[in-house]
Design a protein around this ligand. Structure first.
Ligand code: FES
Length: 115
């Protein structure tokens, strides 16, 4: 099922494409909220920068097999949905953002919570 798309007026620029090399993470801010911006496999993703486990900054983590690994205790996150994929059985997620690239600008907007 496709993730819900935010309205156009919710998108704001948070970085330039030249700010992130491939497979790089960067902390940015969206309206005062810390966000982990990710560039991998030719796409950009954006998740809340606050781990659902113990509030560690996800932008200090790393990518592994297309997922984001928290530097705290290695919880893993799906880049698209923000859901925890490891450890198995943990039913948690972090807020995620839709991403658009316009020219050299990266714009993000919070996705509505899934139903
Ligand atoms: S703080 Fe992120 S896994 Fe524990």
């Amino acid at each position: 099922m496709p993730l819900p798309e935010p309205p156009d007026d919710a998108f704001e620029p948070v970085a330039s494409t030249s700010d992130l090399a491939p497979n790089q993470l960067k902390r940015v801010d969206y309206r005062g909220q810390p966000v982990c911006l990710i560039h991998t496999n030719g796409r950009y993703y954006a998740l809340s920068n606050v781990c659902a486990h113990q509030n560690i900054a996800l932008s200090m983590g790393r990518l592994f097999r297309g997922q984001l690994v928290c530097p705290g205790h290695a919880w893993m996150y799906d880049l698209e949905s923000g859901r925890v994929t490891f450890p198995k059985g943990v039913d948690a997620r972090v807020p995620c953002y839709a991403v658009r690239v316009v020219g050299e600008q990266i714009l993000i907007a919070p996705r509505p919570e899934p139903a």
